[in-house]
Write a protein that binds this ligand. Structure first.
Ligand SMILES: Nc1ncnc2c1ncn2[C@@H]1O[C@H](COP(=O)(O)OP(=O)(O)O)[C@@H](O)[C@H]1O
Ligand SMILES: [Mg+2]
Length: 302
């Protein structure tokens, strides 16, 4: 089983390389290819998870199709014949993991919706002492005595900066208004919460809690559209509903084995990440496939 860690499409200029995806410029469109790279603690590991890129792309396809009534998105085609028609030399390894997308100018805000409090927001809530007193954080009011992974009374929009390097920082809605203007800020918030509501309702029917997720939007000549990957295990926290226990870290659908393994090593969490052992790779691969199966109700056929 081979992993695809880097891509090269002959005849096209070198891609823009992100942590996981590679982006080829096709003029008014882009060819977005998800590799099998995996990141944890903000570092990319030395080896990958075979076929993870296919899972990410196909999960995004499922969600783009389901959510298309809420807002326009960048997906044009994942049909490999069509892709090879456009990019004659695209290697067969790109099948299933490549998508032709409308090119957009990325809006520099990570649009996060949360139905549960965990991760960076729970850290800030504790650090501000709100677990004792309750109070306001980034413009939202929080009750006291919330514990890690508590459900919030209603889903909230908790945007973050899109940092070029290092960690994204949570910001208030005011900050989004300062960055993109009131009208766009309100649109991003509205769409983010509607996407989250529909996606979390679908996940709930399949026994999964969608704790939180991150969307990116971009500007095109035809207005603002949803871009990037959507509702993948890499951009979302999915928790098995039957194991939900507030107050402790929930089992995650994807990177739990990787994170647990890394905690047993002496790696200092600065990039590059170490090589993952074959057993961790195999178990993680199975988790990504399980996430696809649970969410879409079908097996991913490679
Ligand atoms: N339609 C699009 N047009 C232009 N850029 C896009 C589009 N969709 C996604 N992107 C950008 O492509 C990159 C995807 O690669 P990724 O591996 O996620 O990178 P990162 O490490 O920045 O998260 C992101 O920076 C994202 O903002
Ligand atoms: Mg990304």
């Amino acid at each position: 089983m081979a992993e695809l860690l880097h891509t090269a499409v002959f005849g096209l200029p070198a891609p823009r390389v992100g942590k996981v995806r590679e982006m080829y410029d096709l003029g008014s469109e882009v060819l977005m290819v998800a590799t099998d790279r995996i990141s944890a603690f903000d570092a990319v590991m030395a080896n990958g998870i075979p076929d993870k890129g296919v899972v990410l792309t196909q999960m995004s396809v499922f969600w783009f199709d389901l959510l298309t009534d809420i807002c326009p998105n960048h997906m044009i085609s994942v049909d490999f014949d069509e892709i090879q028609g456009r990019c004659k030399q695209a290697q067969p390894e790109l099948k299933g993991r490549a998508m032709i997308c409308k090119k957009a100018k990325t809006i520099p805000v990570e649009c996060v919706a949360r139905g549960y409090i965990t991760g960076s927001l729970f850290k800030e809530y504790k650090a501000a002492g709100l677990d004792a007193t309750g109070g306001s954080l980034h413009g939202h009011d929080f009750a006291p005595t919330l514990v890690d992974c508590s459900q919030l009374p209603e889903p909230i929009f908790t945007p973050a900066t899109k940092a070029e390097t290092g960690h994204d920082e949570n910001i208030g809605f005011d900050h989004v208004v300062d960055t993109v203007g009131k009208e766009t800020a309100e649109l991003l918030r509205d769409w983010t919460l509607k996407l989250y509501a529909k996606a979390s309702a679908h996940a709930a029917e399949r026994g999964i809690l969608l704790a939180d997720t991150k969307f990116e939007f971009g500007e095109t000549e035809d207005g603002i559209i949803l871009i990037d990957e959507v509702l993948t295990p890499d951009s979302s926290r999915y928790w098995p509903a039957d194991q939900y226990t507030p107050g402790v870290a929930q089992p995650s659908f994807d990177k739990q084995f990787v994170r647990n393994y890394l905690e047993t090593t002496d790696w200092d969490k600065t990039p590059p990440g170490p090589t993952l052992p074959a057993e961790i790779v195999a178990k993680t691969r199975e988790k990504y496939f399980e996430a696809y199966r649970r969410i879409t109700g079908k097996d991913l056929v490679l």
